[in-house]
Design a binder for this molecule. Structure first.
Ligand code: XMP
Length: 318
């Protein structure tokens, strides 16, 4: 099949899929876990076109999302596309369960397990659902066949839910999903998003997650993204984020000794995330970001730039 690389090909794909989806689903209902990531957003937009209100989207906020993410999901899908969207703020549930948990894999397990629980609870409240929509894309199929990415999908949903699957983009590559998403009217900020791990900011708040340190990760990440967008780096750098390790260092604030968190900036380039190089960010931009983070983010007095490629380091810190 020809790779979907332009509007005409995307339109043809959309039209064909809408026909197939209508034939498969009829007037029955589909449930979709909508994270706001590229894949689930595109599946949602396709299903809205195909079956409108017979799609029920559930957006679970696990408290580890970036600043503004849930708001964007609500704005785009509920307000603009008039989707049937259930928003569940489960932040407290997740953060309470994660309290004092330091082991990274344990953290991932808790986040993934609780996500399924919350989603299943919402599904149980609904009647007449026959299908489960999923944003599976072609690399997911290839990688799970090879056993590479088993742990990577928090959205990997409960088989015990017993729904028939609807996976309209499962033969597309990411770049094709983005082209289709734009033609479906999704905002570029959603369709061109950098990769974001399922456990979210949880793996960028190493060690036991506290609400205070998580807030420092979220606020510093928002500043980094804003400055990257302003300075033309957002579309150029593959993945960029901040990390706040679980220790403090001495500094000076308002002429007095301060003992506060530090923020690490990471900005990497890669093709397939198996190996990565470091982006050479101009010093003036790094200085600007440092000044903003130390003055705007509560409880932070120091900023570092991570120069380590993968290998020896991984992209994320946990
Ligand atoms: P690492 O840290 O292994 O990351 O070099 C490679 C890519 O995978 C993402 N990543 C994850 N994605 N769940 C996900 O959905 C995870 O648990 C997870 N861990 C890492 C990471 O952001 C990078 O893009």
């Amino acid at each position: 099949m020809e790779r979907i690389s332009n509007d005409a090909l995307a339109d043809a794909f959309i039209e064909e899929k809408i026909g197939e989806l209508r034939a498969q689903i009829g007037d029955r209902k589909v449930l979709l876990a909508l994270s706001g990531g590229v894949d689930s957003s595109v599946v949602a937009a396709l299903l809205i076109r195909a079956i409108d209100k017979n799609l029920v989207c559930v957006h679970v906020n696990h408290g580890l999302l970036r600043k503004g993410e849930s708001e964007q999901v609500i704005e785009v899908f509920r307000n603009q596309m008039k989707a049937n969207l259930i928003y569940v703020d489960a932040s407290d549930r997740f953060l309470d369960l994660l309290k004092d948990v330091t082991d990274p894999e344990e953290k991932r397990k808790i986040i993934g397990g609780e996500f399924i629980k919350v989603f299943a609870e919402e599904a149980a409240k609904l009647e007449g659902i026959q299908f489960l929509g999923q944003g599976t894309i072609y690399p997911d199929i290839l990688e799970s066949e090879k056993g590479i990415k088993a742990h990577h999908n928090v959205g990997g949903l409960p088989e015990e839910l017993q729904f028939e699957l609807v996976e309209p983009v499962k033969f597309l590559y990411k770049d094709e999903v983005r082209v289709v998403g734009k033609r479906l009217g999704l905002p570029e900020s959603m369709v061109d998003r950098q990769p974001f791990p399922g456990p979210g900011l949880g793996v960028r708040c190493p060690g036991a997650i506290t609400r205070e340190r998580l807030e420092a990760v979220r606020e510093s990440d928002a500043i980094l993204r804003e400055e990257f967008e302003k300075n033309g780096l957002a579309g150029k750098v593959w993945q960029y984020f901040t990390v706040v390790p679980p220790f403090k260092s001495t500094g000076i604030k308002d002429g007095e000794r301060s003992f506060e968190w530090l923020v690490i900036i990471r900005a990497v380039n890669t093709k397939d995330a198996m190996a990565a190089t470091i982006e050479r960010i101009p010093y003036e931009i790094l200085e600007k970001i440092t000044a903003r983070i130390t003055s705007e983010v509560k409880g932070v007095n120091r900023v570092l730039y991570d120069l380590t490629p993968k290998p020896s380091a991984t992209i994320e810190y946990e």
